[in-house]
Design a protein around this ligand. Structure first.
Ligand SMILES: [Zn+2]
Length: 213
């Protein structure tokens, strides 16, 4: 696959390992770069089948930089018009410290060329530029136990997540709470969910009793 040359710049080498553990395919660990742009042609780093779970290890955002995304993760068989149901199983800090309110700052599926901001001729969108097409803590904190429905725009869905936040107890502002960590996701594919359930954007289903006061 040939990437637009503009993508070669934003992709930054991983300062540390971004390991992907896929229990359905056996243990494996490999280093992949984080990405800080959205584009349908960014190659997938791993894949998961419906009903499967995956751990994504996310790097911290560097000061002044765009949010760093982990992925994209291909959901096998997903096609545009489908919806993926993503359960946040657990979120943890890389240093192992207890952080019950950890949540991703951003989560979303790759845009199609048509849904890229700027249209099909646009080269790539910054990590936070998709606005309402993204889920994340700007809408609600997806702590462990949360569920989000995401419409699929490209074959394989190409799910990315990142910019993990670990706010302290009672903190209302998590902009300075980004740290490296991991997130365990379970993914289920719903055929033609966009049409059947009228899911046109991320639909959040936070846990009934959020752990953030
Ligand atoms: Zn947050």
């Amino acid at each position: 696959m040939t990437l637009p040359s503009s993508l070669a710049v934003p992709l930054r080498p991983a300062p540390g390992p971004a390991a992907h553990h896929d229990p359905l395919r056996g243990d494996r660990t490999r280093e992949v770069p984080g990405h800080e742009r959205w584009h349908p042609d960014i190659p997938a780093v791993a894949e998961v089948i419906t009903g499967g779970s995956v751990r994504m290890e996310c790097q911290a955002r560097e000061p002044g930089a765009d949010a760093l995304l982990c992925g994209p993760l291909v959901v096998v068989g997903a096609e545009p018009g489908d919806v993926i149901v993503v359960d946040v199983v657990a979120v943890g800090r890389a240093d192992g410290l207890y952080a019950p309110s950890g949540h991703p700052g951003l989560i979303g599926c790759a845009p199609s060329a048509d849904t890229l901001p700027g249209g099909p001729t646009a080269e790539a969108a910054r990590s936070e530029a998709l606005g309402r097409a993204l889920g994340g803590c700007a809408i609600a904190p997806l702590t462990a136990g949360s569920r989000i429905l995401l419409p699929v725009h490209v074959r394989g869905a190409k799910l990315s997540v990142g910019d993990l936040h670990f706010p302290g107890r009672g903190a209302v502002d998590c902009r300075r709470a980004g740290l490296p960590g991991w997130i365990d996701l379970r993914v289920n594919l719903t055929r033609r969910g966009v049409e059947r359930f009228r899911v046109t954007g991320p639909m959040l289903m936070p846990e009934p009793s959020p752990r953030i006061a």
